[in-house]
Design a protein around this ligand. Sequence first.
Ligand code: PAF
Length: 296
Amino acid sequence: MKQPWYILGAGAIGSLWACHLTDLGLPVSLILRNQAKVDLFQKQNSILLAGQCYPMTAELASAPKTIKQLIITTKSIDTENAFNSIKNRLDPHAKIIVLQNGMGSQQWIQSQCPHAEVAWASTTDGAWLKAPFNLQHAGRGVTQIGAPDQTYTWIDDLIKGGFLNVVQDKNISLTLWRKLAINCAINPLTAIFDCKNGELINNPNYLSTMAAICREVELVAHAFDIDLFDGPLIEQACHVAEITAENYSSMLQDVRQGRQTEIDSITGYLCRQAKVQNIPVPINLAYLKKIQKVHR
Ligand code: PAF
């Protein structure tokens, strides 16, 4: 019998992955926060996506079965609590995929289960929940999965078939650093200036601050021997701001809705890495503090 994949963090991206795995013919179980959610789920025992039902099961973190395959799709700030709630169920050699924004929690998960096979992932898919367990796949993207300095053949099983575009990434660390760098450049500024991504390139003051942030990020990356992009980071950041000009960044949306932001695993991670290398990053630190003041 095939081992189930457990989804810790059944938000939009977690649900999208649950459907993808179901589509691949793999059993899936969502780990939900409370009994009320499990009861609600059990009314349909599936996730609805594009008029199609993807059957799966759901349970609480306290359920008894050993977890051998796990995808963590919580917000990065919820990682510790969520992980601790299932830690005693985890097989020491479990296969784990950490699919989150920002950096830091991937390494933390690996430190918590040193014998597990932990892969990191980054996605450009967009999805949102129209209603509980009723999903909209808003933007088709790519999910890159890989493990630093390791090749796990089981990742291939998640790539062949299914409706998501998933690829093995031999340099997932660089991929996550690139995403982090772009997020450092765009997210805090849009959240503080309460503006769409595109305004960052149209307003000279915002643009010069973004350029200063980018220079600091590049200094930190270089200290770790990471060459982020072929050209300067500011060019990439401007390009992303341009192609997402009409979007409100995820951080601005969190701030507007009074939710915790992911600043600690984006700019916070960058500032911690800068400290390790003794590199001053005053602009990033200033925006870290500003966002922490508004809402962590
Ligand atoms: O976090 C986000 O909102 C996005 O990654 C991006 C591209 C920085 C802004 O839309």
